[in-house]
Design a protein around this ligand. Structure first.
Ligand code: HEM
Length: 198
């Protein structure tokens, strides 16, 4: 069950990472608003896509305890790659959030997600530098739950269109619903495992 969950999560993360890679290398591809962002904010957009896709591609392997136990050196190397990817992707996200579609509700939703993404990842890095493994684990669970907002957004948004919710309403809701439930699940996961540090 646990393994099936990990495989599904990793597969979805890889799919969204591939989608972002496609958008980077095929400039004609993507939703219409993206053509605007490519012209207005190319640095923020490409930083966001590159950082986001690397965080999504690396994260699942870091979260798997068996893979982690196989090589601590690889875990440390990939961990640094993840932190840099979130810094780059998160700063890009903050810039994009200021002009996101559908106004203030999405600026705030994506903006807060960006701030928490950066803060949780930096906190995870600080904890491990201080030798606090339990704290590092807890903050990385929170950080990766937020990285997975890229997946939940791309599940909820199409679903909202299938059930006929007007796009503007759906997009405003999804700017929050793509990450708040992820954090709730992350907290549940943290609390159900003994020896946690909050
Ligand atoms: C977790 C923090 C994240 C925040 C705050 C965030 C924020 C944003 C914002 C504001 C936009 C522009 C939307 C608009 O203009 O309406 C955007 C677009 C996008 N983001 Fe993120 N994002 C995050 C994570 C990720 C990750 C991890 C990926 C993984 C690759 C990603 C991939 C994309 C893609 C592909 C787009 C282009 C829009 C699309 O085609 O769906 N984002 N993001």
């Amino acid at each position: 069950m646990r393994q099936a969950l990990w495989v599904s999560m990793a597969a979805l993360a890889m799919l969204v990472a591939l989608y972002a890679f496609g958008l980077m290398v095929m400039p004609g591809v993507g939703p219409p608003f993206l053509a605007e962002r490519r012209l207005d904010m190319p640095i923020a957009l490409y930083a966001h896509l590159a950082g986001g896709l690397v965080a999504l591609a690396v994260g699942p392997w870091q979260m798997n305890s068996r893979l982690r136990a196989l090589s601590l050196l690889r875990h440390r190397l990939l961990g640094r790659v993840y932190v840099i990817a979130v810094l780059v992707g998160g700063l890009g996200a903050l810039a994009l959030a200021t002009v996101s579609m559908e106004g203030l509700v999405t600026h705030l939703g994506f903006g807060m997600l960006g701030v928490l993404w950066l803060a949780s990842t930096l906190q995870a890095y600080r904890r491990i530098r201080a030798g606090d493994q339990a704290g590092h684990r807890v903050w990385m669970i929170r950080s990766f739950a937020l990285t997975l907002a890229a997946v939940t957004l791309r599940v909820f948004l199409p679903l909202s269109q299938v059930v006929g919710i007007p796009f503007a309403d759906a997009y405003q809701a999804v700017a929050w619903v793509c990450w708040v439930p992820n954090l709730v699940v992350a907290e549940w996961f943290v609390l159900r495992t003994p020896n946690h540090s909050r």
